[in-house]
Design a binder for this molecule. Structure first.
Ligand code: FAD
Length: 467
């Protein structure tokens, strides 16, 4: 194609496709190069969406087996139909990835299927196996995302030593699933398989699950998950695994006393994080710099060391989250269109979709203490909330941290039912630089889980009420 595009995006994950749509809305002639057969990237195909579909389905299964009786709903024997659960998940994924293809057509975004390689600041080659097509661009956005980290001493084999992608499509419920890494992905997929009947053991290197999380809530979430039957081996280092036709024996060392242990599993999920993916992207040849962690280096306008080449999402610094990638994709489209694109990194929410869920935005107490910031704390438990009682989901609390002098909200941490939806209020409040008093004085419909947010805000000023 002889045309020169205003913007060529490599990678159609949430960063790339959202950026493409914004660019098209702004009148930019836009193309996207994607090597996978479907659009949507990690998030839609093997990340956020399929994992949440399985979390929701497995929650229903667990509720039918263990919780409906409490509501006076008697069901007979509850049987898992795993193929139907997986088909439902796959249908959600194909509906959504098809939706992106529709949006591309609607917005006149040109889609090149093939592997993109940066030749120079204004040329991308599209390699589709049979041919190599050069595509000319005034600007390029790199949005190639990330892939699961592999442990060099126990590489993925797709059968016994598996990645998150494999753990979204097991054909049978494992008898014993060992999860290496007590982070978000390990806890979410561990929850899915635990609810469906597997024994699940998490082996975590540090003394805390989900490292950056509010310390007390991390401890509480671990207690709740342990009560649900999940096993935790903390402060332990996995050093290898022997794979057999029946399963795998995982070897680990305790960091507390140096003792060596073995654990027999039929599946081992390695969930020790993800690495930025730039294999074969031609970065070094094109002069695009990367940092020691392999992330593409960008300035505050997402420009790489080649000024016409931008990078966003999991490929660059910052939390590896779909909504962070989306906002960066939009910001780059706006910058390329001559507008002041911007991302506020102080208000990026993070969510763990266990039950109860955990969601947070802003600073933790540990971070404020380390930074020497004086703050007030207001917290309120779900156990005193009418709606949480009606739902029979009363574990957890909301904690609001506000500046001692100005009362500005600095951080909100929620462990509780539907924390993922509740955190949106805190994000908007912080985006508008709200004080805890602003939240406390705002109407919150009764009876709702959101009232716990208001009570926590009132508690910052020592005046929470009992409901
Ligand atoms: P990606 O989504 O990784 O997309 C990159 C795309 O680029 C891919 O489609 C890839 O095929 C393509 N590509 C790569 N190289 C090339 C090339 N050279 N040429 C052409 N195409 C190329 N985040 C959340 O916010 N919430 C969640 O609940 C959540 N759950 C998750 C659950 C799991 C199991 C996993 C694995 C991740 C989860 N994430 C979640 C993280 C989220 O998926 C990522 O942060 C997000 O997808 C990153 O978006 P991206 O656009 O940067 O890259």
């Amino acid at each position: 194609m002889a045309d020169t595009f205003d913007l060529v995006i490599i990678g159609a994950g949430p960063g790339g496709y959202t950026g493409a749509i914004r660019a098209a809305q702004l009148g930019l002639k836009t193309a996207v190069v994607e090597m996978a057969p479907t659009l949507g990237g990690t998030c839609l195909n093997v990340g956020c969406i399929p994992s949440k579909a399985l979390l929701d389905s497995s929650e229903h299964f667990h509720a039918a087996r263990a919780e409906l009786g409490e509501h006076g709903v008697k069901v007979g024997s509850v049987v898992l139909d795993l193929p139907t659960m997986m088909q439902r998940k796959d249908k959600i994924v194909s509906d959504l990835t098809g939706g992106i293809a529709y949006l591309f057509k609607k917005n006149k975004i040109i889609h090149f299927q093939g592997k993109g390689r940066l030749v120079d600041g204004n040329t991308v080659e599209v390699i589709d196996g049979k041919s190599t097509v050069p595509v000319k661009a005034k600007n390029v956005m790199l949005a190639t995302g990330s892939v699961p980290n592999e442990l060099p001493f126990m590489p993925f084999d797709g059968e016994r030593i598996v990645s998150s992608t494999d753990a979204l499509r097991f054909g049978l419920v494992p008898k014993h699933l060992v999860v290496v890494g007590g982070g978000v992905i390990g806890l979410e997929l561990g929850s899915v398989w635990k609810r469906l009947g597997a024994e699940v053991t998490i082996i975590e290197f540090t003394s805390k699950i989900c490292g950056g999380m509010d310390s007390k809530m991390s401890k509480r979430l671990q207690q709740i998950l342990a009560k649900q039957g999940m096993n935790f081996i903390m402060e332990a280092k996995v050093i290898g695994a022997d794979v057999t036709p029946e399963g795998a024996t995982v070897h680990y060392e305790s960091l507390k006393d140096g003792s060596a242990h073995d654990l027999v599993a039929d599946k081992v999920l390695v969930a020790t994080g993800r690495r930025p993916f730039a294999d074969g992207l031609g970065l070094a040849e094109a002069g695009v710099n990367r940092d020691p962690q392999g992330r593409v280096e960008v300035n505050q306008h997402f420009q790489t060391s080649v000024p016409s080449v931008y990078a966003i999402g999991d490929l660059i610094r910052g939390p590896m989250l779909a909504h962070k990638a989306e906002e960066e994709g939009v910001a780059v489209a706006e910058i390329v269109a001559g507008k002041p694109g911007h991302v506020n990194y102080d208000t990026v929410p993070g969510v763990i979709y266990t039950w109860p869920e955990f969601a947070s935005v802003g600073k933790t107490e540990d971070e404020l203490t380390d930074a020497g910031v004086e703050y007030k704390v207001g917290s309120f438990p779900f156990s005193a909330n009418g709606r949480a009682k009606a739902l029979a989901s009363t574990d957890g609390m909301v904690k609001i941290l506000a500046d001692t002098k100005t009362d500005k909200v600095l951080g909100v941490h929620i462990l509780g039912p539907r924390a993922s939806d509740m955190i949106a209020e805190a994000v908007v409040a912080m985006e508008f630089s709200a004080s805890s008093e602003d939240i406390a004085r705002s109407f919150h419909a009764h009876p709702t889980l959101a009232e716990v947010m208001r009570e926590a805000a009132l508690a910052v000023d020592g005046r929470a009420r009992q409901m």
